[in-house]
Design a protein around this ligand. Structure first.
Ligand code: FCB
Length: 457
């Protein structure tokens, strides 16, 4: 093993899983739409991603998630790979429209049977299932009624959450309510670059408030329905640094931090939205009704944080509302992944310190972290040394934060299989397992072997 140095030239800890204690959850994360395929099979209804990815010009490589990794059909062989690797925690999401083709009402028995089989296969292989209720694939039928921007979503989501909790809660105890609400509301309802492709402040703020409400609604349903549940929700987050020490850049960085790191966390802690820093988002109050400010709160067992990079922020007069912009990593000659995201492991440390400073956050689990690189399959080998380094230096930072008292209790790599990376299509390969999309062949990358060894020690 090469010795990695930090910015001050001090060797970074490399270590092994045992450094994190015996109760640490080591796992791997996936989502339904990015892997399952079978997009209209066995009675599944269309989701907003089925619709969006099949529209012309929406996905960078012109692909869709129609087939993805065919995990719907291949889950048993794939879970067998996890078993062989000794990865004992598997995070996946439920496709809402596979269970409820119209979003509510009639249940699709084949959808239910699929998740039953998936869960039972995990248990057979002694893999603990961790379910995310919602990882971005809203039933299209609900989007036609306004989707996340329609307040009715509070009822639709409650019913969906209740169905999942009551069907699977006897065997599944680890739950996450939402995956990265800022991304699906921001990219999906403000920028229009993700499904459903809507734009504008009003769509975004309505969707954001309803998503924040659904975090708590999902949490309550799970608490009431699943005995001994361990309940969290996940957020995207990035350590934010001002471009320079000038006060306008510092202020800009505070605003971006409030938006990308605090906006969906503080409401469930009972602290409301961070509108002091984000005055331009005051309009969200238009969507806040009756008792909502109390109803936003929920006492989660853990916060799932998902972080890949950091952001450097500059003041910008021309950016409406937030008056700040990100300085792209490729313009700063920073080390990059294939997503053009800066590799900055110290960011993970800062985030863990930041979130552990909130009184209401009891435990933190890193529910996603990982990297895309240009992997090449040489026969049955993929030598992805850069990914191994990425994982190793991030784990060293997590260990450091843990040693300083951050209550971090788990780490899940994003992701198991190379898959459909949303608007980017299949080009970015994040998997520990390579997928040849021409024939669905799987090749275990060296990073998977490295991770297997790391967590076994
Ligand atoms: C996160 C998403 C996940 C994946 C990774 C790279 O924002 O939750 O589905 O796309 O990024």
């Amino acid at each position: 093993m090469s010795v990695l140095l930090n910015e001050q030239g001090v060797p970074l800890l490399t270590g092994a899983a045992s450094d994190f204690g015996v109760n640490f959850h080591w796992g791997i994360s996936t989502s339904a739409y990015q892997t399952e395929g079978a997009y209209l099979d066995d009675g599944k209804g269309p989701s907003i991603w089925d619709d969006f990815s099949n529209r012309k010009g929406k996905i960078a490589d012109g692909s869709s998630g129609n087939e993805a990794c065919e995990f719907y059909y291949r889950y048993e062989q794939d879970l067998h790979i996890l078993k062989e690797l000794g990865i004992k925690n598997f995070r996946f999401s439920i496709s809402w429209s596979r269970l409820l083709p119209d979003g509510f009402g009639t249940v699709n028995p084949h959808g239910l049977a699929y998740y039953e089989r998936l869960i039972d296969t995990c248990l057979k292989f002694e893999i603990t299932p961790w379910i995310t209720l919602y990882h971005w694939d809203l039933p299209l039928a609900l989007e036609k009624k306004g989707g996340w921007a329609n307040r009715e979503i509070l009822h639709w989501f409650q019913q969906f959450a209740h169905l999942c909790a009551s069907q699977f809660g006897d065997r599944v105890k680890h739950w996450m309510v939402l995956n990265e609400p800022l991304v699906f509301t921001g990219a999906g309802y403000f920028f229009g670059i993700h499904a459903p492709g809507k734009k504008g402040m009003s769509n975004f703020l309505a969707a954001a408030h309803h998503a924040a409400m659904c975090q708590a609604i999902g949490g309550k349903v799970l608490r009431e329905t699943v005995k001994d549940a361990y309940i969290g929700t996940t957020v995207s987050c990035s350590h934010v640094t001002p471009h320079s020490e000038q006060s306008r850049h510092i202020k800009a960085a505070q605003k971006v931090d409030a938006l990308i790191n605090r906006f969906f966390v503080e409401p469930f802690l009972g602290l409301g939205y961070p509108l002091k820093e984000l005055k331009g988002l005051n309009m969200i109050e238009k969507f806040v009704k009756g008792n909502d400010m109390d109803e936003l709160a929920f006492d989660f067992d853990f916060l799932g944080i998902q972080s890949y990079t950091r952001e450097i922020v500059k003041h910008s007069m021309f950016t409406p509302v937030i008056r700040a912009k990100l300085v792209p990593a490729e313009k700063r000659s920073a080390p990059l992944t294939a997503m053009n995201w800066e590799i900055y492991p110290e960011g993970m440390y800062h985030l863990l310190k930041k979130f552990s400073a909130y009184k209401g956050i009891k435990k933190i689990i890193v529910t996603e972290n990982g990297a895309a690189f240009e992997d090449l399959a040489e026969g049955s080998i993929v030598r992805d040394a850069q990914r191994i380094d990425y994982l190793r230096i991030h784990l060293a930072q997590i260990r450091k934060a843990k040693e300083e008292g951050a209550p971090v209790e788990g780490y899940f790599v994003w992701t198991f299989l190379d898959n459909f990376e949303w608007a980017e299509g299949y080009r970015p390969r994040f998997g520990l397992v390579y997928v040849d999309f021409k024939n669905q062949q799987r090749i275990i990358k060296q990073s998977a072997l490295w991770y297997a060894e790391y967590i076994s020690k």
